[in-house]
Design a protein around this ligand. Structure first.
Ligand code: ATP
Ligand code: MG
Length: 395
């Protein structure tokens, strides 16, 4: 008897034409994540994962963080397809488990197997009842379901499945640029975008000396947390100081944030085009702050043609916080280091900015040259989930 893991793809399997494409992405992700710790085999449309060194817990924990996997199943494979042998093996496995009620579910992948499904269910059910005391059958709400799959050369026996995180394998839907600040919202937005199969690159706007090295390190740490799902993540770091200062000096303060965000969007769109990313993703949430009213979002959005996806647009803050805790970004996000927005926040930001005024005010600064310089001077780093960052020093 061999113990192994196989996966159920759920939503993926509905995409018939693209199935092979999705599964190739998924298996590449699995190989990157699990490296030499497993052997992967394919048979009759199933992907089997065999942990080396029998380290099932470790492998399952990693599989739980890979998008595209809906169920993780630990199964026992036997090569003898004799009914009596299968029945005895089931009993042997069940003796390790605590349950009062059960049902048997049989799948005959080999349609030529000489006994039909209904008879097999009865045979295995009878064998279990005969050999284990104080249990009974409950087909509606059993404590345990015994799954038996009769395949061409072997039989798989398995019980409960472990829930995966679902979604699509990262990269299958293309690439996006995530505006990643040090706040709570944008990492959550990034997670949700990755779940839809979008591979992300991050962009962070810093304004040294107004923003600190610690703020940048915090963003790197958040990128590292997202890298768990994205395999690795590129982070583009844009020096925003000159633009920020020029806006501050020349533009009426109630429009500071609106204009600043229009600049961020313009730069993100250029970086996206260069990275062949099809969308911008950010953590804007409707109504959360002055720059996130519908009028503000519209005045800001109009400077770019690329679609801007806002995965948390309709979540309230508590829902976002819940998710941030679940994906383990919350504790990092609430560290106190300022990102560039918070330093230049005016007392009374405009809630309903006028597009014409934005255009008029932007004429007061030479923003095209500054944007060109900022993009030219950007630094790009690659962060993996295993990188040792200086994060601990921040605490
Ligand atoms: P967050 O909690 O994600 O920081 P927020 O509620 O503070 O969001 P804003 O500061 O208005 O809201 O930012 C809205 C979105 O704009 C952020 O979620 C992020 O996607 C993007 N953003 C803001 N500041 C930066 C920055 N310095 N670098 C990159 N993206 C940024
Ligand atoms: Mg913020």
């Amino acid at each position: 008897m061999e113990k192994l893991i196989f996966l159920k793809y759920g939503e993926l399997s509905t995409k018939k034409d693209n199935r092979g494409f999705f599964i190739k992405f998924l298996s590449d992700d699995i190989k990157k994540n699990l490296k030499d710790s497993v052997e992967i085999k394919y048979d009759l449309g199933r992907m089997f994962i065999i942990p080396n060194d029998n380290n099932f817990d470790n492998v399952i924990n990693k599989l739980k963080n890979i998008f595209g996997i809906h169920e993780i199943i630990v199964a026992y494979k036997v090569n003898d397809r004799d009914v009596e042998f299968i029945g005895n093996t089931i009993v042997e496995l069940l003796k390790e488990k605590k349950f009062k009620t059960f049902k048997v579910d049989v799948k005959r992948s080999d349609k030529n197997y000489p006994i039909d499904g209904m008879s097999l269910r009865k045979i295995f059910g009878g064998c279990i009842l005969k050999n284990i005391s104080d249990i009974k059958v409950d087909v509606n709400n059993p404590d345990i379901t015994v799954h038996v799959e009769i395949r061409n050369k072997e039989v798989l026996i398995y019980f409960d499945s472990i829930k995966g995180i679902g979604g699509y394998p990262v990269g299958t839907l293309g690439k996006g640029i995530l505006m990643l600040s040090g706040g709570i919202d944008s990492p959550v937005a990034g997670y949700l975008a990755m779940k839809r199969g979008i591979k992300l690159e991050g962009i962070y706007f810093e304004s040294p000396p107004h923003t600190s090295e610690a703020a940048l390190n915090k963003v790197k740490e958040l990128a590292k947390k997202l890298a768990v799902y994205n395999n690795d993540i590129k982070l583009h770091i844009i020096n925003f100081t000159e633009i920020q200062e020029e806006i501050y000096k020349n533009i009426p303060h109630e429009y500071l944030i609106t204009i600043m965000r229009r600049m961020m969007y313009r730069i993100s769109a250029i970086v996206a085009a260069r990275s062949n990313a099809k969308i911008i993703v950010n953590g804007e949430s409707i109504g959360q702050v002055a720059s996130q009213t519908l009028t503000s979002m519209s005045a800001i959005n109009e400077v770019v043609k690329i679609p801007v996806i806002r995965p948390v647009a309709c979540f309230d803050k508590l829902e976002i916080i819940d998710l941030a805790k679940k994906i383990d970004t919350y504790e990092t996000s609430i560290l106190p280091f300022e990102d560039c927005c918070t330093i230049f926040v005016p007392d009374h930001p405009v809630i309903n900015p006028e597009k014409e005024k934005c255009v008029e005010y932007e004429k007061l600064i030479n923003y095209e040259d500054m944007i060109y310089t900022a993009v030219k001077n950007k630094t790009t780093i690659k962060i993996t989930s295993e990188d040792k960052l200086e994060y601990q020093d921040l605490l």
